[in-house]
Ligand binder design. Sequence first.
Ligand SMILES: [Zn+2]
Length: 224
Amino acid sequence: MGGTIYSPPLIPLGVGSGFMDPLMGNWQNLESVSAERYTCGHCGAEVGPDKAYLKPATAGGPSANIFICPSCRRPTFIYESEDVQVPGRLVGRTISGITEPDVDALYSEARRCLASGAPSATVLVCRKLLMHLAVREGADQNKSFKHYAEYLAENSIVTKAMVGMVDHIKDQGNAENHELEVRSPEDAKTILKLVEFLLASIYELPGMVPQPELPIDESGDIDD
Ligand SMILES: [Zn+2]
C-alpha cells in the first residue's frame, strides 16, 4: 500500500520574480509564540508571524520552530541557535517589467540558489544572465565571459560606479565552465547585485518614464 508519493513540481515554486499566489487553506494546530521577524525565502516578504509549530528546548538541544509566512502561507524552518533559516532569505530585489520569461525565471532561480546555500550555482546562472544581457544590448554572440563583462563596462551599460564591480567579477570569471570553481556567498551576492542592477536599468526603469508622444502636424494627423 502506498500513499501519494510526493514529487517536486516541474516548475519551481515561485518561478519568475512577480507576485506569488498564497497557498490556500489553513495550517492546523499552530501554537502562539512571540513574533519572529524574517524575510520569507519563498516570496521575499518581510514578515513577523506569531504562530508556529514548536520543538521546545530540551536538555538535549535548543528550540526550533516552523513558521508560516502570513503573505504566501508557506513554511520556514528557523533554528536560532545555529542561525539557520530554511529556505534562506531571498537576496536581490524583485524586478518588474522583465519581458523575457527565461530571463525572469533565471533571475528568480539565481536568488533561490543563494537562499538555498548554493553560491557556486548562483554565480554560474548570473554569468549566463550577464552574457545574455550583453548580447541583448548589442554585443556579438559566442564570445567569452570576459568579453561580455568588458562590453558592459565599455559601452556604459553599467554606470561608472559599477565598473569596479564588473572588473572584480571579470577577473574571477576567467576560468571557463569546464574548470571546477567553488564560490563564496560573497562572490554570489556581488554578481547577483550586478544582475539586479542591470535588469532594473534595462527592463524596469524605462517602464517608469512616460513614453514620448508622437508629433502631431497642423492638420491634426499623427506623423510617423
Ligand atoms: Zn512568504
